[in-house]
Design a protein around this ligand. Structure first.
Ligand SMILES: Cc1ncc(COP(=O)(O)O)c(C=O)c1O
Length: 403
């Protein structure tokens, strides 16, 4: 296996689902957001474990992601969150994939496909309450629903909106929530029934606003344990699921005054040893981390020095004087009681945790493991145990404390 890889702790993922479930009311569902290959964690194993551990529905961004899950044998309800091409309507109905209703033309295409195939297109009305990205504007929901009422071939299973600033702006978030509730009341008055699934909460809102949990919450980042605030007043702390690791491929001396890498951006202030990690920006290890990030070697922070290359990263081994070629460096995750969090890396890149993890490329192997005896994970992967690799566990045992 390539000596730079991502480890996915499926037991941590299952715990997170379980923790979230434990604070929700029994009638409140979890819609696990697994778009973009489950934020880089791997959609198929994450879907299986999330469903086993408490999610009742999956959400993806594009039709292709939903189809891949169906092809893997996933029969659970799946909804698409993003803009859905009208031509995809027949496929969505055929595969029983739920679509967002965002405009009349889309609704008509789905209704026509539903009628043609003799089974309704399942849809969620998307209300735009202030994100201004996708959805029917809240004040236009009444005429929209009047049209829907006349369209056979649709089954409205849900209605939802998306918060633009749930982590930073309570006032605007509450305004969005109020607008949403008004839109739901209007929609239901016109349609003449209660829409079964009302859902608004992304991770930021799930953590902060229990009054907005409604019929279902719809978190992504929280399930992977990556936000800075991944717990708090209303729920237990979520566990990080992903770790990024690489083995030291080369170690060499660098003498005071010598520089490292492209453009000579770091000059050794004293004689030292440097180590090469065999991954770079083509793996999604962002070039902005050059001369800024640290990695753990023997549980000690070692700085990234010089510019990160496409396929290589140099670190200063001053903090880990006994490091050897082949030792494992932890770029994200835990080693000997020390941790580097995804949100730390995201902050150094001036971005959000979602971008950091979803950009890790397919070139980095994903290694899935369960903690010993975790029946939930074994059950979830029953026919696909081959997805699990105990290699990291064996390696840890072999390498003792350096795993
Ligand atoms: C419509 C919608 N709902 C939920 C989510 C999950 O967001 P988060 O990862 O912040 O929980 C996203 C992600 O961007 C989204 O687009």
């Amino acid at each position: 296996m390539r000596p730079a890889w991502i480890e996915i702790n499926l037991s941590a993922l299952a715990d997170n689902l379980h923790n979230l479930k434990s604070v929700l009311s029994p009638h409140q569902q979890i819609i696990a957001v697994i778009k973009a290959n489950a934020y880089g964690h791997g959609a198929l194993p994450v879907a299986r474990v999330a469903l086993e551990a408490g999610a009742s529905r999956l959400a993806v961004a594009i039709v292709e992601e939903a189809v891949e899950l169906r092809e893997d044998g996933c029969r659970a309800p799946i909804m698409v969150l993003g803009a859905t091409p009208r031509e995809a309507a027949p496929l969505l109905v055929e595969q029983e994939i739920e679509a967002p209703l965002t405009d009349l033309a889309g609704a008509e295409a789905l209704a026509a496909a539903g009628q043609h195939l003799g089974r309704p297109a399942k849809v969620h009305i998307k209300v735009d309450t202030g994100m201004h990205r996708l959805g029917v504007r809240a004040e236009e929901i009444a005429p929209f629903c009047e049209h829907l009422r006349d369209l056979p071939g649709l089954e409205i299973v849900g209605i939802f909106t998306h918060f633009s600033s749930s982590q930073i702006d309570p006032e605007f978030t509450m305004r969005q929530l109020t607008l949403f509730k008004q839109a739901v009341a209007e929609a239901e008055r016109i349609l003449g029934y209660r829409i079964p699934l009302r859902h608004v909460c992304n991770s930021g809102a799930t953590v902060r606003y229990p009054e907005a949990w409604m019929d279902a919450v719809r978190p992504g980042a929280l399930l992977y344990g990556i936000p800075r605030d991944r717990g708090g007043l209303y729920m237990p702390e979520m566990r990080p699921v992903l770790a990024l690791k690489a083995k030291l491929a080369v170690i060499k001396p660098l003498y005071r005054g010598e520089s490292v890498g492209y453009d000579r951006t770091w000059v050794a202030p004293h004689d030292t040893r440097i180590g090469l990690l065999p991954l770079g920006y083509a793996d999604g290890w962002d070039r902005l981390l050059s001369n800024r990030a640290s990695v753990l070697v023997h549980g000690k922070r070692c700085r990234v020095v010089g510019r990160i290359c496409m396929d290589a990263t140099i670190i200063d081994l001053t903090g880990a004087p006994s490091a050897q070629v082949g030792d494992t460096a932890v770029l994200i995750g835990e080693q000997e009681g020390q941790r580097i969090e995804v949100h730390e890396i995201a902050a150094l890149c001036n971005t959000v945790v979602q971008e950091t993890v979803s950009r890790f490329s397919g070139r980095l192997p994903r290694v899935y493991f369960a903690e010993p005896g975790d029946e939930r994970v074994y059950r979830a992967l029953a026919e696909k145990r081959s997805m699990l690799s105990d290699a990291p566990l064996r390696e840890r045992a072999r390498a003792g404390q350096h795993g």
